[in-house]
Design a protein around this ligand. Structure first.
Ligand SMILES: CC(=O)SCCNC(=O)CCNC(=O)[C@H](O)C(C)(C)COP(=O)(O)OP(=O)(O)OC[C@H]1O[C@@H](n2cnc3c(N)ncnc32)[C@H](O)[C@@H]1OP(=O)(O)O
Ligand SMILES: CC(C)C(=O)C(=O)O
Length: 520
C-alpha cells in the first residue's frame, strides 16, 4: 500500500526570496503554468502583503491556475491574512498559509513576545484564515530549533483552530537527517489530534542537507514536502523539487508513498526558472544539470552501450531530456519550430509573437549549425520580454585592439527615435555599457555581470546576465546571442527596461556581494 506525497512548490515565494530572483507578474504566470503541467499539488505564488506587485501577481496566478491549489503566505496578522484572502479571490482551490516563529531565539529576540502570546496569535490567525477557506496551512517558523513540548502544544492548538496542514520548517537549515526524522516522528505520535492534519516539511539548504532532511521526514510520516525548482530559495536555497520527486520515484523500495508529478516536465520547468531568474544551473546538478545524464569516460560509455543500467539509475527521458533529438537548423520550417516549442510548453498568444520568434530563430540558425532547446528557450524569453521595451538595440560596433582602450558605438531606439553615441571603456563590455549609459543616463549601478554559454561549441549562444540596482531596487536582465558583446548589450538594456518601468516588486535584499561584477 502506498499513499500520496503532496508536492508544494514555493519557487514563486521562497524561491523569489533569493537575492536577485524577483519576478514580475507575467514571469510568475509563466512559471505557474509550467508548474501546473508538472502537476504539483500546491503553488505558493507569493506573499500578498509584501507589496502591491506581489499581491497582483498572486491574484493573477490564482486566476489562471485550475488544476492545483494556489497559496499565499501571510504572517499571523489580520492584515496579512485579509490581503492573502483578497489576492486568492477567484482561485479554484485557495490555500492561506500563515506562520509564526516558535523557537526561543525568534520569539524572544525577533518577535519580542512571550510563548503564550505566540500560541494565542497563531490560533487567532488560523481562525481568521478559516473564515475565508477550509484549506489553511500553519507553519511553525524555525521549528528546527524549537522546543519539542512547546511545538506539540502549538500544533495541537492550531489544528484545533482549523489548520489542515502543519508545516515544520527547518528555517535556517540546521537539522541533520536522523534528528529531523525523529522530530517529525515525535510530533506525529505525541500531538493528540495529529491525525486531523497533513504534516509537511520545508527544509533549507544551509548545510547542503535540505533534500536529505526532507526525505528523512517523509520516512517518518511527513506527507507534504515544500520545495523549489532547481533548489532556488533564501540564502543557500530550499530542497530541490526534482531531487525529492526522483528520489521517491527511483527508490520505491525505500519509500511507501508516491507523488503524482509528471516527471517529464521537470527539465522544462528547470530551464524556465533558470532563464527567468538568470540563475544558471550548474552542469553537475542532480537531475537537471547538463551533465546529469552525460557519460564521458570510455569505461562508462562502454558499460552504458552494453546495458544502460550499468551506469544509469534513471532514464533521461523520464525527466524530460530528449533521447532522440530532431535537429533544428536553418533549413527547418515553421511547423518544426512550432513542434519544438510545443514540446517545451511554450505558447504564444498572438501570431505576431510567433512570427517575431521565428524570425529570430532564422537569424540565429544562419549563425550556428544546430539549435538546441536551450537556444530556443533563450530566444523566446528575448521575444516575450521585448513587449515593453523602452530601449532597444539597433546597432553595435566594438573596436578592440592591443594597447588601445576599446571603443563601442551604439545605436539605440529610444521613445521612437534613433540615437547613436560612442564611448571608450576599460574592456569591450565596459565600453558597450558606457556607451549605453551615455544615451540613457539611468543612474543605476551594476552589481553582477555573468556570461554562460547556453549550448556547446564555439558557435554556441552566449547568455549574459546583469544585475542592476537603483534606489534600493534590484533587477536582473538577460540577453542571448552568438556574439557575446551583443548579448551583453541586450542584457543591460533588458535590465534597464525593467528598472526604469514602474515598480512591480521591490525586493528587500539590497546587495549580493558573493557574485562577481568584474566586467571585461
Ligand atoms: C522564513 C521566511 O521565509 S518568512 C517570509 C519572509 N518573506 C518576507 O519577509 C516577504 C517580504 N517582506 C516584506 O515585504 C516585509 O517584511 C513585510 C511587508 C512583510 C513587513 O514589512 P514591515 O511592516 O515594514 O516590517 P519589517 O519587515 O521591518 O519587520 C517585520 C515585522 O513583522 C513581525 N513578524 C515577523 N514574523 C511575523 C509573524 N509570523 N507574525 C506576526 N508578526 C511577525 C516582526 O516581529 C516585525 O515586527 P515589528 O515591526 O513590530 O518589529
Ligand atoms: C514561512 C516558512 C514556511 C518559511 O519559509 C521558513 O520557515 O523557511
Amino acid at each position: 500500500m502506498t499513499d500520496k506525497l503532496f508536492i508544494f512548490d514555493t519557487t514563486l515565494r521562497d524561491g523569489e526570496q533569493s537575492p536577485g530572483a524577483s519576478m514580475t507578474k507575467d514571469e510568475k504566470i509563466r512559471i505557474a503554468r509550467a508548474l501546473e503541467k508538472l502537476r504539483v499539488d500546491v503553488i505558493e505564488a507569493g506573499f500578498p502583503a509584501a507589496s502591491p506587485g506581489d499581491f497582483e501577481a498572486v491574484h493573477a496566478v490564482a486566476n489562471v491556475i485550475n488544476d492545483c491549489s494556489v497559496c499565499g503566505l501571510s504572517r499571523a496578522l489580520d492584515h496579512d491574512i485579509d490581503q492573502a484572502a483578497a489576492a486568492l479571490k477567484g482561485a479554484v482551490s485557495p490555500r492561506i498559509h500563515t506562520f509564526i516563529a516558535t523557537s526561543p531565539i525568534h520569539m524572544e529576540m525577533k518577535l519580542r513576545m512571550q510563548p503564550d502570546s505566540v500560541v494565542e496569535q497563531a490560533v487567532r490567525a488560523v481562525k481568521r484564515a478559516r473564515q475565508y477557506t477550509d484549506n489553511v496551512e500553519f507553519s511553525a517558523e524555525d521549528a528546527g530549533r524549537s522546543e519539542l513540548d512547546f511545538l506539540c502544544r502549538m500544533i495541537e492548538a492550531v489544528i484545533k483552530a482549523g489548520a489542515t496542514t502543519i508545516n515544520i520548517p527547518d528555517t535556517v537549515g540546521y537539522k541533520v537527517p536522523e534528528r529531523f526524522g525523529n522530530l517529525i516522528h515525535n510530533l506525529i505520535t505525541r500531538v493528540p489530534n495529529a491525525d486531523k492534519a497533513i504534516f509537511s516539511v520545508h527544509c533549507h539548504n544551509d548545510l547542503g542537507l535540505a533534500v536529505a532532511n526532507s526525505l528523512s521526514a517523509v520516512l517518518n510520516g511527513a506527507r507534504q514536502v515544500e520545495c523549489t525548482i532547481n533548489g532556488l530559495g533564501e540564502r543557500a536555497g530550499n530542497a530541490a523539487l526534482e531531487e525529492i520527486v526522483m528520489a521517491i520515484r527511483t527508490r520505491g523500495d525505500v519509500f511507501t508513498c508516491q507523488t503524482t508529478i509528471d516527471t517529464t516536465q521537470i527539465i522544462n520547468c528547470s530551464r524556465l526558472v533558470s532563464n527567468i531568474t538568470g540563475f544558471p544551473v550548474q552542469p553537475n546538478k542532480a537531475i537537471v544539470g547538463a551533465n546529469a545524464f552525460a557519460h564521458e569516460s570510455g569505461i562508462h560509455q562502454d558499460g552504458v552501450l552494453k546495458h544502460r543500467q550499468t551506469y544509469e539509475i534513471m532514464r533521461a527521458e523520464d525527466v524530460g531530456w530528449t533521447a532522440n533529438r530532431m535537429v533544428l537548423g536553418k533549413h527547418s520550417g515553421r511547423n518544426a519550430f512550432k513542434a519544438h516549442l510545443k514540446r517545451l510548453n511554450i505558447e504564444f498568444t498572438t501570431e505576431e509573437e510567433l512570427n517575431a520568434a521565428f524570425a529570430r530563430f532564422k537569424e540565429l540558425a544562419d549563425k550556428k549549425h544546430e539549435i538546441y532547446d536551450d537556444d530556443l528557450q533563450a530566444l523566446v524569453t528575448d521575444t516575450l520580454s521585448s513587449e515593453h521595451e523602452t530601449y532597444k538595440l539597433l546597432y553595435l560596433r566594438v573596436i578592440s585592439e592591443t594597447g588601445e582602450l576599446p571603443t563601442a558605438q551604439v545605436t539605440l531606439f529610444i521613445g521612437g527615435e534613433e540615437k547613436t553615441v560612442s564611448a571608450k571603456g576599460s574592456g569591450p563590455v565596459d565600453a558597450t555599457f558606457k556607451a549605453i549609459e551615455a544615451l540613457v543616463n539611468s543612474g543605476a549601478s551594476l552589481l553582477v555581470y555573468s556570461v554562460n554559454n547556453v549550448t556547446d561549441g564555439t558557435d554556441a549562444q552566449g547568455e549574459v546576465g546583469v544585475r542592476l540596482e537603483k534606489e534600493g531596487r534590484i533587477v536582473n536582465g538577460q540577453g542571448s546571442d552568438t556574439d557575446i558583446l551583443v548579448a551583453s548589450a541586450k542584457a543591460y538594456l533588458n535590465a534597464l527596461n525593467k528598472i526604469l518601468t514602474p515598480l512591480s516588486r521591490q525586493h528587500p535584499q539590497q546587495h549580493n556581494t558573493n557574485l562577481c561584477k568584474n566586467v571585461p
